[in-house]
Ligand binder design. Sequence first.
Ligand code: TXA
Ligand code: MG
Length: 341
Amino acid sequence: MKNYLDCTKNYSKEKLLNAANHIKSGNLVLFPTETVYGIGADGLNEKAVKKIFEAKGRKTDNPLILHVSNKDMIDTFAIIENEIEQKLIDTFFPGALTIVLKKKDIVPNIVSGNLDTVGIRMPKNKIAIDLISLSNTPIAAPSANISGKPSGTNIQNIFDELHNKVSYIIDGGDTDIGVESTVVRVIDGNIHILRPGKITEKDLKKVHPNVIIDSHILGTLNLNDKVLSPGMKYKHYAPNTKCILVYSKNKDKLIKKIQELEIDNKNSLVLTKTKNQKYFKNSLSMGDDLDSISHNLFRMLREIDTYKYDLVIIEGVKPEGLGLAIMNRLIRACNHNFIEI
Ligand code: TXA
Ligand code: MG
């Protein structure tokens, strides 16, 4: 295929020159990061950024993250207002953290959804870093998916959905982490977690003890709720197949409930831990530890729809650490169809 670059073997920075030229010319490029794939455009080119919203069918009040290739770039686009923000950057960049900062005028309003802040992230993935530095501009990029669908963690899963909407595709294989970055904002000396990810509450507390987990992360949103992050308002990660999430701290109760659901729903599939597969008639394993579950989650949520089940029953995890990010995505994937016992 034209404009498809396989970086899964024999990677070198020079190979990305073509992709960088697409960014510089105002086109969209699908590229890997260590969290999920992104649909990237020149973050300072309004017309190019507009194409991202069109490609995804994304509401324009939902801001995009600006991806930088080094920490020095941050000052050009945003203001670091306090020591906590500076420490977060020093500790977690490059990595799976997006920090919401006061934006400078150079950042087009279309990037920030007309807010006075902008999310900044420096990815760790070598391909992403090289693409940004060769493009010589910050890359605005949301997760690679049509709005409302699970984020893409490999090219195969998103090719049909997106190949007609972008000018260039960089295949970097499976992404490592599998869920999107942790989004934080510092307000009045507190670090607010707006979206949980691989960088956890515990990790953030090492930088500063006051960490607040936004109440919308596991809860539902009411009509008049004020949100700190527009992304919280929208439907997310949902397969077409109906899914139900089941969680209990008590393993026996958890297994029993899933078994009952399996009996009541003949054409169903259970997504569970490898060690629990023996309890169910028809199951697929998400892995046993949180890192594997996070890595596999979106791929499995996408694959569900290819099997044609009436119901998919998903085993929840303890909502702590990376488990909080997993439960945040699963609750949404199941459209808040969640049983906790
Ligand atoms: O891991 C990631 O963060 C991936 C990769 C590609 O970097 N990107 C990603 O972008 O997940 P996106 O657009 O799918 O999610 C960004 C989230 C949205 O929920 C958005 O509302 C929130 O971050 N966000 C962005 N800028 C914000 C801002 N200025 N204030 C509050 N929330 C913001
Ligand atoms: Mg997204």
